[in-house]
Write a protein that binds this ligand. Sequence first.
Ligand code: AMP
Length: 192
Amino acid sequence: MTVRGPRIVLLGKQGSGKGTQGARLAERFHMRHLSTGEMFRDSAEVGVAAGLRAKEYMDRGELVPDDLVVAVVEERFANPREVRPGFVLDGFPRTRLQALELDRILADQPLDVVIDLEVPTDVVVERMRARGREDDTDESIRKRLALYETETKPLVDFYRDRSLLVTVNGFGTEDEVERSLLAAVADHFGGS
Ligand code: AMP
């Protein structure tokens, strides 16, 4: 029997703590934390063409085009070391098309659980202002939250219909939220 870890997607508004909690979860299970935002920031920093193209959208608070995001994710998943024994995907999928593409990429290794990390909007706005990342201007924050509502939130129903969705309260200390996340994963993952 091959021991494997859970295959997890983290949904949630920008500033909901997906990055912090994604890294914690990945560490717990000795798996990769795959954040598309981080991949783009890293590759833009070293001047990779895809990263520089993505940065133009990120700086405007827009979504990076689906084809570019899917290509980057697909490349990662082509490397078994990245996605075995399992993975935490953070910030992908963000559109319905990306969700369908993820199904195609995963093929016969479907997701175990999709977690919607819920935090009130006024709290995420304050968190984003405080972290002060290059793309965290008021205008970009407003745009990104609006895009979350129209493009990403529909994925909550998409995954609920497949009985993969768990909603976790992301408003608490990092340790409290981590405990809730671990409980949610344990409920959905048999480890077989
Ligand atoms: P994040 O680090 O998840 O907050 O992402 C930062 C920015 O990267 C977002 O505001 C988008 O511009 C871009 N981005 C990250 N992941 C995606 C994705 N799955 N689809 C489109 N754009 C993305």
